[in-house]
Design a protein around this ligand. Structure first.
Ligand code: GLN
Length: 207
C-alpha cells in the first residue's frame, strides 16, 4: 500500500515512498507495546524473534525496553547479534528505548557499588555513555512532562531507566531531565531513556 508522507517533517527522515516497515526486536521485554506504537502510526510491523525473520527486510529496526543483559544474551544465542550489527553499520535507521539504548551505547559505565552486570555483548554503535538503573531502587520508575521535538507537554515515563552520562559533540540532544540528556539522535539512530511507546499520542510525526 502506498502512503502519503510528509518527507520534510518526518522525524526519522526515511528514504522510502512505500509503507514503512518496522522490525521490532521481540526476544524479551516491551516489544508488544513497541509494535502497537508503530502500527498506530501506520507502519507495517513484524517481530524479529529469529534470524530467518530478517529476510523480510525493514526500513526501521525498533529496539524495545526490557532487560539489556537478557536481551544481549538472547541476541547472541539466537544468532541475531551479528546480522543486526551489520545492518546498523550499513546505516539502517534504529529507534531504541531504554534497554535498547543501553545495547547501542558505545560505553556502559560501571555503576559502582551496586555493580550490576553489563550485557555480555552490546552493539556499541551510538557515541554516548550510559549508566544502567541510574535513578536508584526507590525512584526506579517515575513520570514527568517535558519538551520533545518542539512540544512542551510530552509525558515521559521512566522505568528503571539508564542515564546518559556523556554524549559526543555530533549527538543531538532531543530531551533532557534535570539537565541530563534523555533522548538523543545521531546519524540514523534515535534513542530514548524514557518510553515514548507508552504515550497515547505519538511523540513526533515519525514517518
Ligand atoms: N533497567 C533495564 C536495563 O538496565 C532497562 C529498563 C527498561 O528498558 N525500561 O537493561
Amino acid at each position: 500500500m502506498r502512503k502519503e508522507r510528509k518527507t520534510s517533517t518526518a522525524f526519522l527522515r526515511l528514504d522510502t515512498e512505500n509503507e514503512v516497515k518496522v522490525g521490532v526486536l521481540s526476544v524479551q521485554g516491551a516489544f508488544a507495546e513497541m509494535g502497537a506504537y508503530w502500527r498506530a502510526q501506520g507502519a507495517e510491523v513484524f517481530e524479529i524473534r529469529q534470524r530467518a525473520d530478517l529476510a523480510r527486510g525493514m526500513d526501521v529496526l525498533a529496539l524495545p525496553g526490557g532487560e539489556s543483559t537478557v536481551q544481549g544474551k538472547l541476541l547472541t544465542d539466537l544468532g541475531l547479534f551479528a546480522p543486526l550489527k551489520e545492518r546498523m553499520d550499513g546505516g539502517l535507521p534504529v529507534f531504541a528505548v531504554c534497554a535498547g539504548l543501553i545495547l547501542l551505547a558505545e560505553k556502559i559505565e560501571d555503576d559502582g557499588e551496586r555493580a550490576e552486570a553489563r550485557p555480555s555483548r552490546w552493539f556499541g554503535v551510538l557515541p554516548v555513555a550510559v549508566r544502567r538503573n541510574a535513578f536508584g531502587r526507590q525512584l526506579g520508575s517515575f513520570k514527568t512532562v517535558g519538551t520533545f521535538d518542539g512540544r512542551s507537554d510530552v509525558p515521559m515515563t521512566f522505568i528503571r531507566a539508564p542515564a546518559i552520562t556523556a554524549v559526543s559533540p555530533q549527538v543531538e540532544v532531543l530531551s533532557t531531565f534535570n539537565g541530563q540528556p534523555t533522548a538523543v539522535r545521531w546519524c540514523t539512530i534515535t534513542a530514548f531513556t524514557w518510553h515514548p511507546e507508552l504515550n497515547r499520542k505519538p511523540v513526533a510525526d515519525m514517518i
